[in-house]
Design a protein around this ligand. Structure first.
Ligand code: ATP
Ligand code: MG
Ligand code: MG
Ligand code: MG
Length: 565
């Protein structure tokens, strides 16, 4: 490809809203452009990278015996009614009506659709096990889309769903997917860790998340210093002993007694300043329920102002749960994920009064499982406070825990019969009887993987692509080619030979200063750079530099291709 026909859309300025390096570099390198909150256009250079990632994912999924399908983005509400999720899902689910008034949603995930497909297409145990996958756009109306495509509202996911007669078969496919994910993230050149994840309300048997290790990661993961134990902190906390730690007890002593509280009291309980605890409103709702809306966290101050919550205080004073949910863009009773500094709402009448997460002013300063007392007459219970911190005993009894930050790029899950039972997806078993299938699901955030790769592979000059993701492998840079016919001929010749040798080459045939070419190629992260100049040609030499090197190497022109191989 020639830059005259493949324009680079690099920009000098770091966008002001880009907080993390991958977001900054994706804009500066001209991979994506923001269209609206959480929505991005992918430019030609970005699409090449996306395709490289998709190719690897496809190859490994096919190798693992999965079958590619393609399901619609728009999904009928009836199937979500069947699974029960039409009611449960909350405002992340974008709903719409067609011209006949029928209800649909934009798929945030495809369990309902694949279960419908499987119950129609699979009739007998002889067709099982089967593992379907697709690479498809998802839409989640994230409350705080951020970090560019890392947490966007529209994103591309590889999602797979397997169907089985029994748990052993599910376990086999699960293990095969675990291995496929291992292969995929290894081939993508990422430093990653699989960790145990909580199966939460689905209550399946097993779940793992794959995390790319990066300080900017939104998730905390816990590793044992002495064993293979690794889990996300929620999982580690679920297994942690429940005796109160000294800090927690101290916190509780300061805890406000139930009832209407001032911002000052709540903020002191949450261990945040009242400015950080922006607004705490305890208001009386319907049937005497006390509803508290807590807006916490200094990071979120500007975000909250910029978001839907702006001006929520006055309408809230006597608002119903529904109104509060609407204003805050989440369900009353919604529990904010740790460290996200999202608004949290507790509703006395809801289970949310237990397992409350608080103290969002600083990473690792959170208490989860805080119980405000289901009945406000009851004091907060110490046993409900759990927290895992660096140096705690590992839940497997071996060594202590180290806490690191991770970016969740993949998630595999044994679903069991949650969907197949609700939607009656059954097949005939060996005895000719109907039997509900058991299921697994396996996701990879393809677009997120790209941002995660940049978080791990960059320097002050730009991106350093792992070989497998690089949009081009080789940058061919002739210096002032427009002034030298001989140089032009040599560059064209080398370009041809490199392509014939199977390399993806970006031939910079622009009439620009050498320094300009260098900084563009470094910014977009091409792994190999070949510089051709008149002086070098006199000696039959070219200059070679790998993106990770700090010095040039002089290589004979007739050996450069062999050198690249
Ligand atoms: P997160 O905890 O980051 O919100 P999730 O647990 O909700 O992610 P899953 O439902 O497990 O996500 O979806 C599978 C994968 O899809 C995730 O592991 C992640 O890589 C990707 N993903 C999820 N939400 C987003 C998003 N908003 N933007 C980009 N990728 C996403
Ligand atoms: Mg999510
Ligand atoms: Mg998650
Ligand atoms: Mg997940």
């Amino acid at each position: 490809m020639r830059t005259s026909q493949f324009p680079l859309n690099t920009v000098k300025e770091t966008p002001s809203d880009a907080e993390i390096v991958s977001h900054q570099l994706m804009i500066r390198a001209g991979l994506v452009r923001k269209l609206a909150a959480g929505l991005y256009n992918w430019l030609p250079l970005g699409v090449r990278i996306l395709q490289k990632a998709q190719h690897i994912v496809r190859e490994e999924m096919n190798n693992a015996g999965a079958l590619e399908v393609l399901m619609p983005v728009v999904q009928p509400s009836e199937l979500w009614q069947e699974s029960g999720r039409w009611e449960q899902y909350g405002p992340e689910l974008a709903r719409l009506n067609d011209r006949h008034g029928r209800e649909f949603c934009l798929g945030p995930t495809h369990e309902e659709i694949i279960t419908e497909l499987a119950r129609n297409e699979i009739k007998s145990y002889k067709q099982l096990p089967i593992n379907y996958y697709q690479i498809q756009t998802k839409f989640r109306d994230e409350i705080r889309p951020r970090f560019g495509i890392m947490r966007s509202r529209e994103f591309i996911m590889k999602d797979a769903y397997s169907f089985h007669m029994d748990d052993e078969s599910l376990q086999e496919t699960y293990d095969r997917m675990f291995q496929a994910y291992h292969n995929i993230f290894t081939r993508l050149g990422l430093n990653f860790r699989p960790v145990l994840a909580d199966t939460g309300s689905i209550g399946g048997n097993a779940s793992h998340e794959f995390h790319v290790l990066a300080d900017s990661g939104e998730d905390a993961i816990a590793f044992s210093t002495e064993s293979q134990y690794a889990a996300n902190v929620e999982k580690a906390e679920a297994l942690a002993p429940t005796e109160p730690r000294a800090e927690a007890t101290e916190q509780l002593e300061k805890a406000p007694t139930p009832g209407q509280r001032s911002i000052e009291e709540i903020s002191s309980f949450l261990n945040v300043s009242s400015a950080q605890c922006l607004k705490t409103l305890l208001v009386k709702g319907d049937d005497d329920a006390v509803v508290a809306l807590l807006l916490c966290g200094h990071h979120s101050l500007n975000d909250i102002k910029a978001e839907k919550l702006d001006g929520v205080a006055s309408p809230l004073t006597m608002a119903s749960d529904a109104e509060i949910s609407q204003a805050a863009g989440c369900d009353a009773g919604y529990i904010g994920p740790i460290n996200l500094n999202v608004p949290m709402i507790v509703d006395r009448s809801a289970a949310a009064m237990a397992n409350f997460i608080c103290g969002a002013n600083e990473n690792d300063m959170h208490y989860t499982g805080v119980n405000w007392g289901r009945d406000l007459a009851e004091p907060t219970r110490i046993e409900d406070i759990r927290q895992v911190v660096e140096g705690d005993a590992s839940p497997d009894g071996q060594g202590t825990l180290t806490i690191a930050r991770g970016i969740e790029v993949g998630h595999i899950f044994q679903l069991g019969t949650k969907y197949s039972e609700a939607m009656n997806a059954s097949v005939l078993n060996e005895n000719g009887k109907n039997q509900v299938m058991t299921m697994g699901c396996y996701g990879i955030g393809i677009t997120r993987v790209i941002a995660a790769a940049i978080e791990q592979n960059h320097d002050d000059k730009g991106i350093i692509w792992p070989a497998a993701l690089a949009p081009f492998q080789v940058a061919l840079l002739p210096m002032n080619m427009h002034k030298s016919e001989r140089l032009k001929a040599a560059a064209e010749q080398l370009y041809l030979e490199l392509k014939e040798a199977g390399f993806d080459v970006l031939f910079d045939d622009r009439k620009v200063r050498p320094g300009f070419m260098f900084s563009d190629m470094e910014l977009i992260g091409i792994p190999h750079r070949i510089v051709l100049g008149d002086k070098g040609l006199d000696n039959g030499m070219v200059e070679y530099r790998a993106r990770t090197d700090s010095d040039n190497q002089d290589i004979p022109l007739d050996q450069i291709i062999a050198h690249l191989k």
